[in-house]
Design a protein around this ligand. Sequence first.
Ligand code: AHR
Length: 653
Amino acid sequence: MNILKKSILASCTLLSCGLVASQAQSNVMEIQILQPKKEIAIQPNMWGIFFEDINFAADGGLYAEMVKNRSFEFINSPLMGWIVYGPNEIRTEQPCFDRNPHYIRLSNQGLRSGTGLVNEGFRGMGVVKDETYRVVFYARTVETPEMKVQFELMNSDGNNGGRVEIMVNSSNWTKYEAILTASRTDEKARLRVNTRNLGTIDVDHISMFPSKTWKNRENGLRLDLAQALADLSPKVFRFPGGCIIEGNTLETRYNWKNSVGPVENRPINENRWNYTFQHRFTPDYFQTYGLGFFEFFQFCEDIGADALPVVSCGLACQYESKEKVAFEDLNCYVQDALDLIEFANGPVTSTWGKVRADMGHPEAFNLKMIGIGNEQWGEDFPKYLNEFIVAIRAKYPEIKIVGSSGPQSDGKDFDYLWPEMKRLKVDLVDEHYYRDPNWFLSNARRYDNYDRKGPKVFAGEYACHDGRDKHNTFYSALCEAAFMTGLERNADVVHLATYAPLFAHIDAWQWRPDMIWYDNLRSVKSANYYVQQLYSTHAGTHVWDAISNGKTLAGEEGIYASVVRDSKSNQIILKVANTQKEKKAVKINLSSIKASISNQATHILFKSELGNENTLENPNLAVPVQQQIEIANKVLATEINSESFNIYILNMN
Ligand code: AHR
């Protein structure tokens, strides 16, 4: 596993068996590992990720486009992100793209300043010395035989950082491309577009991507961020939100149909995180849909995750508005959901299957499930949801449907919605909990008594909010790790789990904590990332029991534990969180395991100061480390580090 340093932390005090013998017997916790009579199978896609377009996660984040407002379509602000000099005009007559009609007319009349424009990027543009960048734009000359256009990287000190010239020589809209090479590394470069002779041109869709994107796709994803997601080994991928699928108004809900087809003609949408939190006001936050549903499905396929798209149920975000579509008009929302399934899975001869095929993917994406609504509450939701269920079950009985239990982990709305979800027979119920450390530590038994016969649980958004500032502290990650033993122990009822939110740009975030932070060049994995990764890469296939004094461990003496068997690797994987300030002597008794156990085992220790937080400058404050340990006579006697999360990987023969 590449994230794990194969060194031993100086602070690691793991002891092999004999050393603990000196401990007073009463202080040693005995943990028995038992194979249950009937093993619970763990869903192969249990651990995943939730991509939400918040904190510049799509435009300015995972989507590798470097030009902000490339199509001059930002609502009511067609020049936002641009500095324009010389005679210019925003126009819409005879546009290049009918659904993105704005373009800019530049007239070079020989003024001393020249005529052109500069794009500021998403809080700058990150460029790397000697790397290349692919510029694409559309232009036409206007009563001008030809116009030389120069594209120039401007470094943050104002100096030139690489330039290229292109001749525009057609009075019809034409696509032009060029390659720019950066002469310097700069996190906050800008792009200048300059006309080089007298005359007039119209320009639209000015785009620049790094040549190196994930899988080198032209409309691609930022390499380091996509790789960080792939390294999580997620098996399910929920997208594209969150509240954005609802919209603050129905008109501005995420409209997946606008997010497919040629990228230049995908119409802009506002992003509700633009203005929702006034203390984190982000007026330049829009959705170009450049990272759209095709790209999401393709990425799921790339990383081997099941796609879980979520669509509006016809209710706008209930925190912000009471707007809902009239019940008799709900059909077009239901149709959107049906069409989405057709887009993903339909034959190339179907309307939406053809759209997918025309985008280069004739094979089906093998969609298995769909979420209807996000954090809804009240009586309208079950009533509206039922219409979707009836239509989807009739046409696509194999598709699983995810309902919602509202925005809270418990309380009136939650208590109303769960029985409703059972009545409607949804397959999974999405639960959300953004709660404090105490909640996470005291809820490790949350699912022990859940009804096994009803819908399954999708822990769709959760994160431990540590303190007023909600940083991604090691403590928050430790509390999540402890809580997640309870998800794992209850894998027969908890079928899917995804931390939230996923991404945040350090200069443009609205919400924290978040799993991965980045600027325009670098990214950092939070302690919470590593907990998610440790679970997803040690998921196992079947739940076993870890018992002490006849009870599973969900906080007894500060210890939380779960254990799984992995039928593919023939391993037993024990996860133990110690939330106490003192280390804990334990004797892990493996004698009831029929198979013989290899003497060599692996211990992964995740420990840091509770307040530590990985940052771009200091990314390795909280990183798991791995070492080999010895087991003798089916007993692992050890000390669990104080305030640590541990994984023991035992090999059966
Ligand atoms: O993750 C941030 C927001 O939290 C999501 O959009 C919403 O579903 C929840 O309220």
